[in-house]
Design a protein around this ligand. Structure first.
Ligand code: COA
Length: 172
């Protein structure tokens, strides 16, 4: 039987486990270093852990983004990275983290969320490819994977431009 899953905000005692989970999910240290850099310098920073008992098995981070366009965009977040330990993947932990993260956004004041990823996976959480709205990340090479989701209905209506992530992402 699967142990029950808890999702909560990260605490100081979780940090080394989070680093291990992110590192193992991506098979390299870069994303774990990104999480550490965001924790130090992004504000607000939302970091949620998924736990089986005392063991961190998944993690998600959100940090502010800026939309550079002809008119002011909504207060928005970039969701990255999302990580689940390889041996516990495909048991709904990623989905539970996504749902919890999205439900926290409005209490932080985020009106829209962006991410880069596989649209087949993220469509189930209400994300859509952003390029048809005129929203882009870095270059058009990312258009197929760059996605958005409104938290406040209508937040992205008429908003176009380039979505800039926190400077810590430049190290990726
Ligand atoms: C992506 C990830 C977080 C999903 O976590 P998870 O706990 O396995 O996800 P869930 O159990 O909620 O969902 C699994 C479903 O998503 C699908 N899925 C997972 N990653 C996918 C991807 N990249 N493309 C398409 N589908 C994907 C699986 O096929 C599975 O589908 P099914 O339920 O129809 O079998 C996890 O695979 C992971 O940590 N991957 C490595 C890191 C990564 O790529 N993170 C995302 C980019 S930031």
């Amino acid at each position: 039987m699967q142990p029950s899953l808890t999702i909560r905000l990260e605490g100081p005692a979780d940090l080394s486990q989070i680093e291990g989970v992110v590192r193992r999910a991506f098979g390299r240290p870069d994303e774990a270093q990104l999480v550490n850099a965001l924790r130090r310098s992004a504000s607000p920073f939302l970091s949620l852990v998924a736990l089986h008992g005392d063991h961190v098995v998944g993690h998600v981070a959100l940090s502010p983004v800026a939309i550079e366009g002809p008119r002011a965009g909504p207060i928005s977040a970039g969701l990255a990275p999302l990580s689940v330990l390889p041996e516990t993947q495909r048991h709904g932990i990623g989905a539970a983290l996504m749902k919890a993260a999205l439900s926290e956004c409005s209490s932080i004041g985020w009106e829209a969320v962006f991410l880069l990823g596989e649209p087949l996976y993220y469509a189930r959480f209400g994300f859509e490819v952003a390029a048809p709205r005129g929203l882009h990340y870095e270059s058009h090479a990312f258009d197929h994977a760059f996605q958005c989701r409104e938290i406040r209905r209508g937040a992205l209506v008429g908003v176009t431009g380039w979505v800039r992530y926190h400077e810590a992402f430049a190290g990726l």
